[in-house]
Design a protein around this ligand. Structure first.
Ligand code: HAM
Length: 431
């Protein structure tokens, strides 16, 4: 789509937020439809949560020392004094809903899928918006590594349906509450000797969240991270076996992945498997299409029973952006379109009813009743690539007949108005 220069208007959308215009909706609809169908096929049930949640939920759930909580949340205080936050991600909200609504008493695993906007006060750039859309999948209540792999498979099934190719998983394990503290100590002592060489942000992270030192994008920090001890060599037996199993499952279903020992993810709740999925060649450039991992401690942290879980989220904006840059054509309509053309007062009145009858018969229909010439209406029908036009002129309206025009061959036939639905269905069948 050519970039149009926007006229300067008095009001603009907030920085980092944008309108999704009618011409783009075809992409969004397709992406949402594919995700919805796939969610159902993989046994997920839909959940919707409020856009606002208590601020403390994210502080506790996402983690106080994460970029999201420290810098990116849209916080507000209500007139009643409640501290609320526009959700910057779904996972803590889904866990809150799971606990609050007694979903924990359902047979496990509980598989939930949600979709909607998230808000992060980030520096806007290509693929990074302050309001973006996610589809989020969570499987609650099971430890089995097959589920970690199955979530990745789910993403690949979605991308295949959307004709997106050359995607790759970056994967790592960041251990559990047994092995991670030991590794963290090793990491801190390694970095203490190199403190002067790392960036100021990382110097702060050394205290708060040392694992994040590994995924800093500054070139000097990246160089040092190459020499740092790797968590993969410091996993306990349980985490080691879990990770090996996940990789074996991925091999089994031929999903392409690379081990990225520096992938730690920017959210505090992860344990064991973490992964991101990117277009090949763009790994490490922080434009993942999807990301997730296991989080076996979060539910307990939020006040529930000790319950393992795993999940991931897809960035819909980035999927749509990729479909556009890869020039993947999305045909807006799969069903043939019937366009109703009318001329004269009586015909216009009858057309209103006719339009409704066609729609109720399960056919896709369109019209431009406000145009008064047949020529202008047929032009619109052409533009919309209608398969048949139904023309109801003054004569036809009086005779109770109608013209069916085949928009491909141009052939026109007049038939009794009463037989129009049958006539259309017969023609659509034989074409
Ligand atoms: P996340 O990696 O922060 O994970 O986000 C998942 C995906 O959302 C990213 O891979 C990206 O495609 C998209 N995304 C995130 N922020 C933006 C942004 N500012 N602009 C455009 N797209 C964005 C989570 O949110 C976790 N809650 C995922 C999860 C679910 N983990 C376990 N369960």
């Amino acid at each position: 789509m050519p970039k149009k220069s926007k006229p300067k208007t008095k009001f603009q959308a907030p920085r980092g937020m944008r309108d999704i215009l009618p011409e783009e909706q075809v992409y969004w609809e397709r992406v949402r439809q594919v995700i919805k169908n796939m969610a159902r096929a993989y046994g997920f049930e839909r959940l919707d949560t409020p856009i606002l949640e208590q601020t403390d939920l994210f502080i506790k759930g996402t983690g106080p020392a994460t970029d999201i909580v420290e810098k990116e949340m849209y916080n507000l205080r209500t007139k009643g004094g409640d501290k609320l936050t526009l959700r910057p991600e779904f996972t803590p909200a889904v866990m809150r809903a799971y606990l609050e609504n007694g979903l924990s008493s359902l047979p496990h695993p509980v598989k939930l899928y949600t979709s909607g906007p998230i808000f992060r006060y980030e520096r806007p750039q290509k693929g990074r918006y302050r309001q973006s859309w996610q589809a989020n999948f969570e499987i609650i209540g099971q430890q089995d590594p097959v589920l970690d792999a199955q979530l990745i498979q789910l993403f690949f099934s979605i991308s295949k349906e959307l004709f997106l190719k050359n995607l790759i998983v970056q994967i790592n394990s960041i251990g559990c509450s047994n092995c991670r503290p030991i590794y963290r100590k090793k990491l801190v002592s390694f970095y203490k000797n190199r403190k002067k060489e790392i960036c100021a942000t990382c110097q702060g992270r050394l205290q708060q969240n040392p694992l994040r030192l590994l995924d800093c994008q500054e070139s000097r920090c990246r160089r040092i991270a190459q020499e740092a001890p790797q968590i993969i060599d410091n996993l306990c037996n349980d985490c080691h076996n879990h990770f090996r199993n996940v990789l074996e499952f991925l091999d089994e279903i031929a999903i392409p992945y690379i081990l990225n020992p520096h992938l730690v993810r920017g959210l505090d709740y992860y344990t064991k498997t973490v992964f991101e999925i990117c277009p090949e060649g763009e790994a490490g450039r922080q434009i993942s299409l999807a990301g997730g991992g296991r989080y076996d401690n979060l539910i307990k942290l939020l006040g529930g029973k000790d319950t393992p879980a795993v999940g991931f989220a897809i960035g819909l904006d980035r999927i749509v952006d990729l479909l556009k840059t890869k020039n993947i054509k999305i045909t807006p309509r799969t069903r043939p379109l019937i366009f109703v053309v009318q001329l004269g007062d009586l015909a216009k009145r009858k057309s209103l009813k006719l339009f409704e009858e066609i729609r109720r018969a399960g056919l896709e229909t369109a019209s431009s009743f406000s145009r008064n010439t047949i020529k202008a209406q047929l032009k619109t029908a052409n533009k919309l690539k209608a398969r048949f036009a139904l023309i109801l002129g003054q004569k036809e309206a009086l005779d109770e007949t109608i013209i069916i025009k085949d928009m491909v061959s141009g052939i026109q036939e007049t038939i009794p108005l009463i037989k129009v639905i049958k006539g259309l269905k017969k023609r659509l069948k034989s074409h």
